[in-house]
Design a protein around this ligand. Structure first.
Ligand code: AMX
Length: 438
């Protein structure tokens, strides 16, 4: 058993009595009530999921294991010669809630190296898809292709299935997924956008650095990858990708089925695909409004209104929970401001101008509850600057990061034996009856 798994085992053991006690002694305590608009409106704000991996406060934004983004970056051991932590350090932190020592990070890195080799049949399956398939389809298929070797599925089918130890094989699959997904993503990128020029894993590098290496990126991109994967990892449990993963796994479908479902949800334009839509919107703006002229606030305002008046959303703005600027946006903005070259990049300046204008326009428009930017409004511009201009790929990058949160969550789901998820539906006639009764 790996060191991390041993620590996790103890954490899960220690945690179980808390969950058992809550159900047994306080099971009937009310923590929320449901209104008709929540029922019709996407279950917004209904408290009905439990996770300790991260918590999203509408004003403050995300906390990973109780720490804000700056606190997380400050606390974790850094990658060699970098201001950013390794993804390996963050994985340990997400799973256990403890800040790892350098030795513990090295152990995770060593564990991932034994897991990261992707079987050839996965690449064969990706190659067999039409080359114009979206990269998210390729990623989802790759995960399903790996399913046949799921340790959780094998354990379930072994006749020795045991609820108390089931998390152990989820941990195995989850760890394989987080170690392999950057390698699969790099393969997809190279296949689709670099003429199939594949680059072998460099076993000396940490996960973020190795991803940069495998897609042929320069040294500075290693920090971009580390930052990006950590920032996109988790956003509590109710968002589409995390919830889909949790829901599918709650039927005891293994982590490959579960995260493939999560990836399919992430591919939606109201969720992860928004980051590619932001770049698309921005490029169309430049093409349509700025031929031969510098973008101005007036032009941006006009373009935003044209989009809204056409009945479309402004990608990268608004959020189902947040009611202020997303700290993941601010963290990436800070990265841009601290990176010479990027700070003065015309696209970054334009994105900053949209940031100045869009909240006012959306407020005046009066529909969205949150006129502020979310993570996706800022992420594409960084990728673009480093030459990763194929925005169809941006949601795959999101999916590599999101794997960390989703896999940490379902490992704990099994550890705590959460039930199959099955909310109750009602009919419109029932709602009308309750409405009439007041
Ligand atoms: N531009 C225009 N209108 C918007 C808007 C935006 N950015 N954000 C919300 N609205 C509209 C909604 O479409 C809705 O209109 P309707 O009443 O006609 O249906 C109204 O405002 C109320 O919506 P809301 O309660 O503020 O938001 P929500 O919780 O229903 O949806 C979200 C949240 C993110 C889907 C929405 O803000 C949106 O579509 N944003 C643009 C897409 C985007 O950036 N998605 C990425 C989110 C982060 C992520 O998951 N990666």
């Amino acid at each position: 058993m790996s060191k991390l798994k041993e620590i996790l085992s103890k954490k899960i053991e220690d945690h179980r009595p808390r969950t058992t006690r809550l159900v047994k002694e306080f099971g009937k305590v009310k923590i929320d009530e449901v209104t008709i608009d929540q029922c019709i409106g996407g279950a917004r704000d209904i408290r009905s999921l439990v996770t300790d991996i991260s918590y999203l406060d509408p004003q403050e934004g995300i906390r990973f294991r109780g720490k804000t983004i700056p606190e997380t970056f400050a606390a974790l051991p850094k990658a060699n010669g970098s201001k950013y932590p390794t993804v390996e350090a963050f994985w340990f932190f997400l799973l256990t809630g403890d800040v790892p020592t350098q030795k513990q990070v090295d152990d995770v890195a060593a564990e991932w190296k034994t897991r990261q080799v992707v079987p050839t049949y996965v690449f064969d399956a990706i190659r067999a898809l039409p080359r114009d398939s979206h990269p998210m389809v390729m990623l989802s298929v790759a995960l399903l292709t790996l399913q046949k070797d799921s340790k959780f599925a094998a354990f379930y089918g072994s006749g020795k299935f045991n609820k108390m130890t089931a998390w152990e094989s989820v941990y195995e699959d989850a760890s394989d997924i987080v170690a392999r997904i950057p390698v699969i993503a790099a393969f997809i990128y190279n296949l689709k956008f670099r003429g199939d020029k594949q680059i072998a894993i460099d076993p000396k590098l940490d996960m973020g650095a190795n991803f940069a290496h495998m897609i042929g990126q320069k040294e500075e991109y290693k920090d971009v990858a580390r930052m990006y994967f950590i920032l996109h990892s988790d956003h509590e449990s109710g968002n589409v990708s995390a919830h889909a993963t949790h829901l599918v796994h709650s039927a005891l479908s293994d982590p490959y089925y579960a995260y493939s479902a999560g990836i399919n949800g992430l591919a939606g334009p109201l969720h992860g695909l928004a980051n590619q839509e932001v770049l698309d919107w921005t490029m169309q703006f430049q093409e349509k409004y700025c031929k031969g002229v510098e973008p101005t606030k007036e032009l941006v305002t006009k373009a935003l209104w044209d989009t809204l008046n056409a009945g479309q959303v402004i990608p990268g703005y608004g959020h189902a929970v947040l009611r202020k600027t997303d700290p993941r946006y601010m963290s990436q903005r800070e990265f841009c401001l601290n990176t010479p070259g990027l700070k003065d990049d015309p696209l970054f300046k334009l994105v900053s101008m949209i940031f100045e204008v869009a909240p006012g326009v959306l407020t005046e428009h009066g529909k969205t509850k949150n006129p502020w930017p979310n993570v996706d409004a800022q992420s594409g511009v960084i990728q673009w600057y480093y030459g990763l201009k194929e925005w169809d790929f941006y949601t795959v990058l999101f999916g590599v990061g999101r794997a960390l949160g989703c896999m940490a969550n379902i490992t704990w789901d099994r550890g705590l034996g959460y039930a199959i998820e099955r909310p109750k539906s009602v009919t419109t006639a029932m709602l009308e009856k309750w409405a009439a009764e007041g």
